[in-house]
Design a protein around this ligand. Structure first.
Ligand code: NAP
Length: 258
């Protein structure tokens, strides 16, 4: 069972929980036998997130908060709300999942398109992690030895398309998206930098590619359902240890080339 390893994770915060993979993570965790005591589902417009609202009516451990990841004011307000919700226990797991794909090739790309994609995909995960760092530290101090979601972990949802090494040869002829690809490469470097800085606190930090999934972003031709992707993603997250600190993993748990 995918979320079985979550039994020692008391709480989790997921950004971009209104639809797609974020919503699926909330649902899969809420319906699991080992559901965390608090699932904090962050969405920029909760009143428009009907499916998330329905889930929260059914499962009392889902707490919906407002978070627009590109607004520093919203990030700070959300961090305060999370602090009130979690208090002394701190935050065990932050999943920076919210993302956008600004589709633009060499001909159509503009500075504005690059910066828009960078703000959501690369800058926001850094700013959100900084804002909840005291809560992550609090949880890490209480969780015992080793690293993982029994203490504190930051999981950044990245993409295979951010791999510089894989964007070569035959593979390079697909998805010629400058803003998205570079924003995910930058997210990978942000994640590695954070892994270097957070190791002292015992906070695990890594990046995960969820597969090519049928969501609004992945499109209808993607081979994986959100349910299957997230079942595997949660199994990987649940099994993370210090050996995975700073890693870039496929949803199957295999390492990916940078
Ligand atoms: P999606 O269906 O397009 O959903 C994107 C989510 O991000 C929505 O909840 C959206 O909220 C939220 N979001 C976007 N901008 C935001 C902002 N400024 N503030 C707060 N939330 C914001 O995408 P997905 O397929 O679930 O993707 C989730 C993550 O996985 C992304 O980081 C994506 O890059 C990554 N990924 C996906 C695939 C795939 O095949 N699907 C492959 C590789 C990586 P609204 O509803 O308010 O717009």
């Amino acid at each position: 069972m995918s979320a079985a390893n979550f039994k020692n994770c008391r709480n989790i915060m997921i950004t971009g929980a209104s639809r797609g993979l974020g919503l699926q993570m909330v649902e899969s965790l809420a319906t699991s036998g080992n559901s965390p005591a608090k699932i904090i589902a962050a969405a920029r417009n909760p009143s428009g997130a009907q499916q998330l609202q329905k889930l929260a009516e059914k499962y009392s451990n889902i707490h919906i908060i407002t978070l627009d990841v590109i607004s520093q004011e919203s990030i700070e307000r959300a961090a305060q709300e999370v602090d009130v919700l979690l208090q002394e226990e701190g935050l065990n797991c932050l999943i920076n999942n919210a993302g956008i794909n600004v589709v633009a090739n060499f001909e159509t790309v503009t500075a504005e398109k690059m910066l828009e994609n960078f703000h959501v995909n690369s800058v926001a995960p850094l700013m959100i992690t900084k804002a909840v760092l005291p809560l992550l530290r609090r949880a890490a101090r209480q969780g015992g030895p080793g690293m993982g979601i029994h203490r504190a972990a930051v999981i950044n949802m990245t993409s295979l398309l951010g791999s510089v090494e894989l964007n070569w040869g035959d593979r390079a002829n697909n998805f010629k998206w400058y803003p998205y690809r570079t924003s995910k490469s930058a997210l990978n470097m942000v994640s590695r930098c954070m892994a270097v800085d957070l190791v002292e606190d015992g906070i695990l930090c890594m990046m995960l590619h969820p597969g090519w999934v049928r969501t609004d972003m992945g499109g209808p031709e993607a081979p994986l359902s959100a349910e299957d992707s997230i079942s595997s993603v949660l199994a990987v997250i649940g099994g993370l240890t210090e050996k995975d600190h700073g890693s870039f993993l496929h949803y199957t748990g295999e390492p990916l080339p940078w």
